[in-house]
Design a binder for this molecule. Structure first.
Ligand code: GSH
Length: 229
């Protein structure tokens, strides 16, 4: 297969857990495209240097090399215009959703799953992860997650806009899923693939939507190694 997607893994190459990589994996599936998964680890900067990137996802599609999940979605929309649309004319508005997810939702989720992510990494990667994340948070990984039970109601309140939207319609994009859903789903799939911590009540409209997303494309995301939810 000439199409390859570099996806973040830890010790287990089958456990793909990056939120940004899941956006791209779901975007590919949305377009009806498969891509060989190339497992990539935090300490393997050299392996993606050809793409001019230090982060994944990186998509190689024939001669095209595209890094960054947003750029990958734009590329797929441009290269495969006859396949189901990702943006549906809402590309400009979706920038806000992506920015909210990157700067509000993902940092909030990370404070619940940080030590669980650490535990999934190879021993050789753990020092990089611990040092870089402890520098970012200004404290230990363990201290970041220590009060997660106490913070749970605050997290559930934070995602009220998702809940309100999903009470009114089955998907963030409307009646059918599209890139709006893949953006946010990547974050909940990141949590599911790394941590047993229950972020959502089972009857939360966001949890019910997550279940619908897990079922898409023959259960592509549900089959991925993760925790039941
Ligand atoms: N804006 C980028 C973010 C990519 C990103 O931060 N990827 C993470 C994995 S989710 C990564 O590769 N991190 C490498 C590191 O922290 O060293 C995108 O959406 O593609």
């Amino acid at each position: 297969m000439t199409r390859r997607l570099f996806e973040l893994v830890g010790a287990d190459p089958a456990r793909r857990f990056s939120p940004a990589c899941w956006r791209s994996r779901m975007a590919l599936a949305h377009k009806g495209l498969d891509a060989e998964s190339v497992p990539w680890r935090f300490t393997e900067a050299d392996a993606i240097a050809f793409a001019g990137s230090t982060t994944v996802p990186v998509l190689v599609d024939g001669d095209a090399v595209v890094a960054d999940s947003w750029r990958i979605a734009e590329y797929l929309e441009r290269a495969y215009p006859d396949r189901p649309a990702l943006f549906g004319g809402a590309q400009a508005e979706l920038r806000f959703l992506a920015a909210w997810t990157d700067t509000v939702l993902n940092p909030a989720i990370l404070r619940f799953i940080l030590t669980d992510v650490f535990a999934l990494l190879r021993p050789s990667e753990q020092p990089y992860f611990r040092e870089s994340r402890e520098r970012r948070f200004g404290t230990t990984l363990e201290a970041v997650v220590a009060d997660r039970e106490v913070r749970l109601p605050g997290f559930r309140a934070l995602i009220e806009p998702l809940r309100v939207t999903l009470r009114a319609q089955p998907f963030l994009a409307g009646d059918a899923p599209a890139y709006a859903d893949h953006i946010v789903f990547g974050s909940f799939q990141w949590a599911r693939c790394t941590s047993p911590f229950p972020l959502l009540e089972p009857d939360d409209p966001v949890a019910l939507w997550r279940g619908r997303m897990l079922d898409l494309h023959g259960g592509l995301a549900r089959r991925a190694p993760g925790h039941p939810c």
